[in-house]
Every structure is written in C-alpha cells, then in structure tokens.
Design a protein around this ligand. Structure first.
Ligand SMILES: Cc1cc2nc3c(=O)[nH]c(=O)nc-3n(C[C@H](O)[C@H](O)[C@H](O)COP(=O)(O)OP(=O)(O)OC[C@H]3O[C@@H](n4cnc5c(N)ncnc54)[C@H](O)[C@@H]3O)c2cc1C
Length: 455
C-alpha cells in the first residue's frame, strides 16, 4: 500500500479491485513501482522529489468500455487514477503522487479511419506505427517528438508540446494541430465527450488531469522523402545563423533544424564520425527536392558530413534521436552530472539573445537550439545542456535567463502551471476539470490550481 498523504486506503483499493472484474490488473508492488516512473530522472531535483512514488496497481483496459468501468470504480471508491502510455514524459507527468490506479492505455491503439490529410486513431497508438500506416498513401503526422518510436499519440497530446515538424506547423497548441479528442470523465457514471476543434485544447498538455483521452483525430502533412543531414561549422553561432536563414526560407521544405554546440556532439555515439573534434553541428531534415537549395544557401559556410534518406524503421537510429530532448539523453548516457533547461528566445533578437546567453554561462550552459514556428513567427526554442552544480545555481541560471527575456518552461517541476511559461493553469482547462473530474482524482497534485468542490 502507498503511504503518501492523500493516498487511497487499503479498503478502497480492495473494493475497487473487486469492481474491475476481468479487466487485467497487476498488483505486484515491484512491477507497479517500476511502471510508475518516467524520465523525471533527467532532473536531479525531480529525481529526489519523486523517488519512491508509486501507484497501488496497474489496470490495462482492452477497450473504451473497460476504461469507463475503471473510471466509474475509481470515482465510486475515491481512488486516484493516473494514465500511463509510453512513459517517456520528462517531468514525472505519469508518476502518481498519491497512489491509486495506473491506467495503462496502450491497448487502445486501433486506427479508426484515415482520409487525405487526417486520421482518427486510438490514443495508445505509437507514433511510428501511425506514420508507417499512412506514409504509403503520401501522408504522415505533422509533427512528432524525438521519442516517436516509443511514445504514443495520446501521450504526446496530453504531455508533449511539439517537435520534429514544428518548424513548419508550430506546436500542438496552434489552432488546427489537434482536430478532435474523445474523453472519458472521472465520475460515478462516466460520460464520453467529443471535443472538436479548439475545444480539444482542454486536454492538450494537461498531463491527463482533464479527462482520459481514448481517441484522437489528428491532421496529417504530405510525406516527403526526407534527407537527414549533419552540417558542421567552426563556430556555434554560424550554425545558429545558418539554421535561422534556412528556417526563414519558406521555399525550402524542412522538418528539422537543430544547431548543437561543441562539445555536445562528442557524446553522439554512432554519429561521432561525422562530428569532427571542436566543431558545432546542425542536424537537419530537408525534403529531397529542396536539398539543392539548402546546399546553395549553405555555400561554403559549413560542410555536410552526412546525408541520407531518413529511415526510422525497426533497427535504424534516425538522426532526430540526436535532437530535441534526445540531445540531452545522449550526454546523460555518459553520466548524470548534467541536466537541461527549456528556453524560448525572443523572436525579434534571436541570434543576439542566443549569443548573450552563451557568453553569460561559458562551459556551464551548453547551447542546443530547435528552430520552430511559434504564433506564426519563426523563432527557436533551446534545450541547453547544463552542467549541474546545485538547485540554487540552477534557479539562478533560470532567473538570469528570464531577466534577459528568455522564457523558461521549467523542466524541474511537476505541475502543469509551474512548467509553463505563464505559471498558471489555462482557464479553459481548469474549468473543464471541474466538469469532468469533480473529486480531483485524475493525476492529483499535477494541476495545483484545482481545488475540488465535491467530496
Ligand atoms: C529522450 C526524450 C525526448 C523527448 N522529446 C520530446 C519532444 O521532442 N517533444 C515533446 O513534446 N516531448 C518530448 N519528450 C517528452 C515525451 O516523450 C513526449 O511528450 C511523449 O509524446 C509522451 O508520450 P508517452 O506515450 O510516453 O506519454 P506518457 O509519458 O506515458 O504520458 C505523458 C502524460 O500524458 C498523460 N497521458 C498519456 N496518455 C493519456 C491519455 N490517453 N489520456 C489522458 N492523459 C494521458 C500521462 O498521464 C502523462 O501525464 C521527450 C522525452 C524524452 C525522454
């Protein structure tokens, strides 16, 4: 049994188990503890704060009817429920703070339909499985995280923000990037609600606190033959400047532009042979017909040391697994003395701001940028690798960024509010939570502004 404050009493867990009937459950404490973790260990602060947190049991619904049955039982016995999908979240998003049920949603993975430009799919579908299904007909997901091969579409919508493809389409939050979501409420008689258009944002990046998503309708993009490339530069700011120019070149069709400062590429394992000592790199994915224009734009400013058609089928390691938060992972493989930040640079003085931060923390905050569209403008986010000293210094680095207009979405906190640049809950999401989770049982503790009125 869980002994954290607010956890469900053993009697409630026993009664709940009896109500679950033939729905597969796991109660072995060591298995449940292992599955109650995600990638929060990237943060030394969260690693300490979340150590030992665990669900009481795992329930594995086979279909939406099972989800409704688990939700009803949790509401009836006032037992917390936390959804887990691929378990690749970074901020303890899928870690139950107050025990209860860990709902393994991955079996809901069927594709309902596809049509040109759109797909409707069960939330547990892995994103590489979706692309594998749609690419032969010329379509693919508009964007995916660098965890595409291990993460689900539902986990991306509920916990992620953007990724490979966001240079063209912006983040998940942009209008049109989630078409609809089907949601099960956490009530004694659960309802199934279809959220269409902007209303689907009520479940975007809410960490599963605003309903259990069972299906999603997502827009698709034309599937190109993507050429992945490593371009090397003498100086990091040259890589950043070229990345910016390529990002602004609307005629060059691209999916990824990721400048990474030396010495980070020295940790790039199999890619190291293409990353010469002392050079910074830009990792890119460019549509095959645009490669010539990309090379022309580059001129003799940098050297392309690797270029090949992208392939993320089984057994291959795509270059995007050196970008976004995989960049941090490549360095963490060599030791836990580093961590990272999530920055958004001011779009009107982008390269100057990147330069300023680089000069402010030499050898301590190692730059890594991701060019994206944000609110219709080209800008870049950064996931710099930080040599970790202690929490005070980390907070000082965050404050110095913010003082200089570089927004930080803090990855060292586990609540929806503290991890956002606005530091408050989205009003729509908070209101919707009152409607769908009156007892506050969905991933409790993650939306700190929420105070349940029902008991
Ligand atoms: C190496 C690495 C690289 C990453 N790169 C990126 C990146 O490029 N972009 C990015 O946005 N993120 C990134 N992430 C974070 C994470 O991988 C993605 O957000 C991913 O899409 C999460 O999917 P998942 O299936 O693993 O979800 P999980 O980790 O299982 O869940 C994530 C959150 O969503 C909730 N949830 C999951 N499914 C549902 C559902 N059906 N209904 C309600 N709530 C649900 C969970 O409770 C949890 O709060 C990265 C993480 C790592 C470790």
């Amino acid at each position: 049994m869980n002994d954290f404050p607010g956890s469900a009493p053993a009697s409630a867990i026993g009664a709940l188990l009896a109500d679950l009937g033939d729905i597969p459950v796991v109660t072995d404490a060591s298995v449940v503890r292992k599955r109650s973790r995600d990638f929060f260990w990237y943060s030394p602060i969260l690693n300490e704060a979340l150590a030992g947190k665990s669900a009481d049991l795992i329930a594995t619904p086979r279909d939406e009817a099972d989800v409704i049955r688990v939700a009803a039982a949790c509401a009836r016995h006032r037992v917390p429920l936390t959804v887990r999908a691929g378990g690749t979240g970074n901020y303890g998003q899928a870690v139950p703070l107050h025990g209860g049920v860990l709902l393994d949603i991955t079996a809901l993975s069927a594709i309902e339909w596809t049509r040109p430009g759109a797909i409707r799919v069960g939330v547990g579908a892995m994103m590489n499985a979706i692309d594998a299904q749609t690419q032969p007909s010329g379509w693919e997901l508009r964007m995916h995280p660098s965890t595409k091969r291990t993460a689900t579409i539902g986990g991306f919508v509920a916990g992620g923000s953007g990724g490979i493809g966001s240079i063209t389409y912006g983040g998940l939050r942009e209008a049109g990037n989630i078409l609809a979501a089907r949601v099960v409420t956490l009530e004694e008689q659960p309802r199934v609600i279809e959220l269409r258009g902007d209303a689907a944002q009520k479940v975007n990046r809410a960490y599963g606190t605003t309903g259990i998503i069972t299906a999603l309708e997502m827009p698709l993009a034309p599937a190109w033959t993507w050429i992945e490339m490593v371009v090397v530069f003498d100086d990091f700011l040259d890589a950043a400047q070229f990345g910016y120019e390529a990002a602004l070149s609307d005629g060059i069709v691209k999916k990824l532009l990721s400048p990474v400062a030396w010495p980070i590429p020295s940790y790039f394992g199999a890619l190291k042979q293409y990353c010469p000592e002392g050079k910074s790199v830009l990792i890119a994915m460019v549509a095959e017909p645009s490669v010539e224009s990309f090379r022309t734009l580059l001129g003799d400013r940098g050297e392309i040391t690797f270029a090949a058609p992208a392939d993320d089928s089984t057994g291959r390691v795509p270059l995007y697994e050196y970008t976004w938060n995989h960049t941090t992972l490549q360095v963490l493989k060599a030791g836990r003395s580093v961590t990272y930040l999530q920055c958004l640079y001011p779009h009107d003085r982008l390269i100057e701001s990147v330069r300023q931060m680089q000069e402010m923390f030499p050898d301590e905050v190692l730059p890594h940028l991701e060019f994206i569209r944000f609110g219709g403008r080209v800008t870049c986010s950064g996931l710099p690798v930080v040599r970790y000293r202690d929490a005070d210094r980390l907070n000082e680095i965050i404050a110095l960024h913010e003082e200089n207009d570089v927004f930080i979405a803090n990855p060292h906190v586990y609540t929806v509010e503290d991890g956002s640049r606005y530091k408050r809950a989205d009003a729509d999401q908070l209101g919707f939570k009152h409607e769908v989770d009156p007892y506050g049982l969905l991933n409790p503790g993650k939306m700190r502004s929420f105070v349940p009125v029902a008991d």
